[in-house]
Design a protein around this ligand. Structure first.
Ligand code: GAL
Length: 579
């Protein structure tokens, strides 16, 4: 691989501190060689590193899978497309319908409603070093940081989607699913995050997109789903620095320019609440920062809003008809009691979660009041020009809405928490729980213990959809861009027949989609859904131990199998979508 970069090493700590990723100098040089200094922080040198060197120095050896060239799809046997036997009794006795359930005649998904499945680059692609991909922070987190992934697993092979995407698209098309949402790997396209562009990666995504189109599947693209190019983290702190804004915008420009004639729906970033929460990153594996730990997520958020809005405006200037948004996330927030303090806590929860990113883009270019009063104690407020740039830069309210939570004020009271920066709930100062106020019953059935944040709480979905529409008034409607559930203890099941029957996930999709149908019948403009996930994959710090797929993947052979929930999901559209 011909790509090289120049990094400056802080000799005193051996961490990377500065980057310059354009043309490389002919030889290694040591800055200030003839000067003396007693300040170790001023000792800096330049090194010329290739992509391979980055892997060797920061990640180490990676594993590869035996299938390492693009696989042609095999025909999907019709025997694998037979729906499972009925898993439950219908909830309303209005007459048996074909094929699986009774039908509420007052419900319908409009013809334009899109439904699909989603995945993300690091979680499914594998082939991490193939064809010039540079490392991302997740290669370091999974390989180098003990226990960061509790199972000590990596995304090295994941679902081998990098080579098996044709098969994967053929399988969802065979089910009748017409939309596939995936993310691009930034460090495949730009191995250093900025600078030289890797043509092999562009060719790969060209074919992935063309394959979708040839199967009648609409591709939806997310630019950033958490796999930040390592080089950008170690050059200037990644999302902690405003330097990321031009780099992200240039990356977006490359993608929009190449694919905007084939891809209509774009998501700039996935769940900034979550990935900004990765900061502070584990110490001693990345470039150090002086930004106080509790402030780091908000520096990240600030630069995400600037990057997203710059990319949005650039995308629209390239093709004004594109749909561009980011994906936020969070559950419905229910006051645990009817006290004034709990009502206040609920508002703080909206402000510190969805509102953090949604208020600036959908309402007024600025943070919601509760967040603003905290963030502006250490961050420069957005200028009027920045507010104008940010405001109006999401076409749909794309929300990853898995669950719901009860919200309550901290025991010590909200004001005492706000006044005490060492309070465990500071700065958001609200508490969440899955238990009703009687401290006995949970909000719904629990998912796998590996995802304790997630219970099936589909009863709250209509209220949640109304809240999104009424609060943020998205011009092109609300989409649920991820929803799903980890079937409890699925990883303990050893035989195929028990793995592929997933009753909780099946009920989740049926009840969630019924709830969306209710909201639509009440006037909420819900425009689409994406089930998470196309198949079981690398569930971040849970490794492969927690399963979200509507398909099972045998990771030893990389064979895929439909689960019952896949049929449940599709069936709801077969029954309710206008033809
Ligand atoms: C989302 C995330 C996905 C997936 C899912 C299930 O927050 O975007 O990558 O991991 O949660 O936990």
């Amino acid at each position: 691989m011909a790509f090289t970069t120049v990094i400056a090493l802080l000799l005193a700590t051996s961490s990377i501190v500065v980057s310059q990723n354009s043309s490389s100098p002919s030889s290694t040089s040591v800055a200030n060689a003839s000067q003396t200094s007693s300040a170790p922080a001023s000792f800096v040198t330049n090194l010329e590193l290739s992509v391979e060197d980055l892997w060797d120095l920061y990640v180490g050896p990676v594993s590869t899978f035996s299938i390492n060239t693009t696989v042609q799809p095999t025909p999907i046997p019709s025997s694998s497309l037979i729906p499972p036997p009925s898993l439950y009794y219908p909830s309303f006795p209005t007459g048996q319908q074909v094929p699986l359930q009774s039908k509420n005649e007052s419900w319908r998904f409009p013809k334009t409603f899109w439904y699909g499945v989603a995945g993300a680059s690091y979680q499914i692609e594998g082939a991490v070093k193939a064809e010039g991909r540079g490392p991302s922070i997740w290669d370091v987190l999974s390989h180098r940081v003990p226990g960061y992934v509790i199972t000590n697993e990596t995304g090295d092979n994941a679902d081998n989607n990098y080579y098996m995407y044709k098969e994967d698209i053929a399988r969802i098309a065979a089910l009748g699913i017409k939309t596939y949402s995936f993310s691009l790997s930034w460090s495949r396209i730009l191995p250093f995050g900025s600078g030289p562009v890797n043509e092999q990666a562009l060719l790969h995504y060209d074919d992935l997109i063309d394959t979708c189109i040839s199967y009648g599947v609409t591709p939806m693209v997310t630019l950033y789903h958490w796999d930040l190019p390592l080089f950008l983290q170690n050059s200037y702190g990644g999302w902690l620095s405003e330097k990321i804004v031009p780099d992200f915008t240039e990356y977006a420009r490359i993608a929009f320019t190449r694919w905007s004639s084939k891809v209509h729906y774009w998501f700039t970033v996935n769940e900034p609440i979550v990935f900004c929460g990765f900061y502070p990153l584990p110490e001693n594996f990345f470039k150090k920062t002086d930004i106080p730990k509790k402030q780091q997520p908000y520096f990240c958020g600030h630069n995400v809003l600037l990057s997203h809005s710059a990319a949005y405006r650039l995308g629209k200037s390239i093709n004004s008809s594109l749909s561009i948004s980011f994906k936020t996330n969070g559950g419905y927030k229910i006051p645990r009691t009817d006290s004034a303090a709990d009502a206040q806590a609920v508002q703080r929860a909206w402000d510190f979660q969805e509102g953090w990113f949604a208020n600036p883009t959908f309402l007024n270019g600025d943070y919601p009041p509760n967040l603003k009063s905290h963030v502006e104690t250490f961050l420069t407020p957005f200028t009027d020009a920045q507010k104008e740039q940010i405001n109006g830069t999401c076409d749909i309210f794309a929300h990853d809405a898995y669950t719901s939570d009860f919200i309550e004020a901290p025991e010590s009271g909200i004001e005492a928490c706000i006044a005490n920066s060492s309070h465990t709930l500071f700065p958001s100062c609200y508490n969440t729980t899955k238990l009703y106020a009687n401290n006995y019953w949970a909000i719904g059935p629990a998912s796998d213990p590996g995802s304790p944040w997630l219970y099936k709480a589909t009863d709250w979905v209509p209220a949640f959809l109304h809240y999104m529409q009424d609060t943020w008034k998205p011009r092109d409607g609300v989409a649920i861009t991820e929803f799903g559930i980890s079937e409890p203890y699925e990883e303990l099941r050893t035989n195929l027949a028990s793995i592929v029957i997933d009753p909780l996930r099946s009920a989740y999709y049926r009840d969630y989609l019924s709830a969306i149908l209710i909201a639509i019948s009440e006037g909420v403009n819900v425009v689409g859904t994406l089930a998470w996930s196309i198949y079981d994959n690398m569930e971040w710090s849970q490794g492969y131990s927690v399963k979200f797929g509507i398909q099972y993947v045998n990771l030893t052979t990389q064979e895929r199998y439909f689960k019952a929930s896949a049929f449940e999901y599709v069936n709801m559209f077969n029954v309710y979508q206008e033809k």
